[in-house]
Ligand binder design. Structure first.
Ligand code: ATP
Length: 240
């Protein structure tokens, strides 16, 4: 964990034309943490992830990893810094095999054959089902398996910070548990995680801390226990 750094977002504002999608967002993912970002549809979670990943330019504010300012770096440069995203909706290549999808995920970090092989071994150790299905088309697998593949593909980039956008979307509760259990294992192996979720209870159950994003503004932050016990969080996101 020694080579990990903290990801710090400060006063981040992002516009789509005149529309303000994020306003003054200040958030930290500390070394070794799982931080959950709660928010309804359209709150701005994906916008935040896309901005951290360099796919969307902020209007103002900073994003730093250690001492490096990520704003203005290319998406490839940001992956090289150790920050990889597993996007909402997975965005796999459904016709390509499981293994080809993984190899594509490693192209920035693992250009040599040995590196790719090591990466595949690491991912297959974490997800044995992907080894069994490595020659199958990605699109032929179940939703849960495709989510595992999307996470595995992000891991091929050897991230120090993993940005996970709604991994539980469309999955049955038991499968959500399996996915989140893997996220915990990835974290225990030394990767910090920023996890955007609508499935608040499940996400908070594995998180150290969290934030609530509403209409582009962070309205609440707290530890796992504080958020699980917060009445507003419970009524808006947990349904109690
Ligand atoms: P979801 O889970 O539904 O994806 P989200 O919290 O990830 O929600 P975003 O996708 O970041 O939310 O969207 C935040 C707001 O920005 C929404 O009102 C959305 O309509 C708007 N938005 C997103 N992308 C664009 C775009 N390319 N152009 C204009 N508006 C956009």
């Amino acid at each position: 964990m020694l080579d990990q750094l903290s990801l710090d977002i400060n006063g981040l504002t992002v516009n789509y034309g005149a529309f303000v999608a994020l306003r003054g967002v200040t958030l930290t993912v500390g070394r070794g943490e799982i931080v959950v970002l709660l928010g309804a549809n359209g709150a701005g979670k994906s916008t935040l992830f896309r901005t951290i990943s360099g796919l969307q330019k902020p209007t103002s504010g900073s994003i730093t990893y250690g001492r490096t300012n990520l704003v203005g770096l290319s998406p490839e440069g940001i992956i090289r810094m150790g920050i990889a995203q597993c996007p909402e909706g997975r965005l796999l290549f459904p016709e390509l095999s499981v293994e080809k999808n993984l190899v594509l995920g490693g192209y920035i970090h693992r250009r040599d054959k040995g590196g790719v092989k090591d990466g595949l071994e690491e991912v297959y150790a974490l997800f044995p089902i992907l080894r069994d299905k490595r020659h199958q088309a990605a699109g032929s697998m179940s939703g849960g398996q495709q989510q595992m593949l999307a996470i595995g593909r992000a891991l091929m980039a050897r991230p120090k910070v993993l940005l996970l956008d709604e991994p539980s979307l469309g999955l049955a509760p038991l499968v959500v548990e399996q996915v989140l259990e893997v996220v915990q294992r990835i974290n225990a192996a030394g990767t910090s995680v920023l996890l955007a979720e609508q499935n608040a209870y499940a996400a908070l159950s594995i998180a150290h801390r969290g934030y609530v994003l509403e209409n582009g503004v962070l309205t609440l932050e707290g530890t796992q226990q504080a958020l699980l016990g917060n009445d507003a969080v419970r009524s808006a996101y947990i349904g109690v």
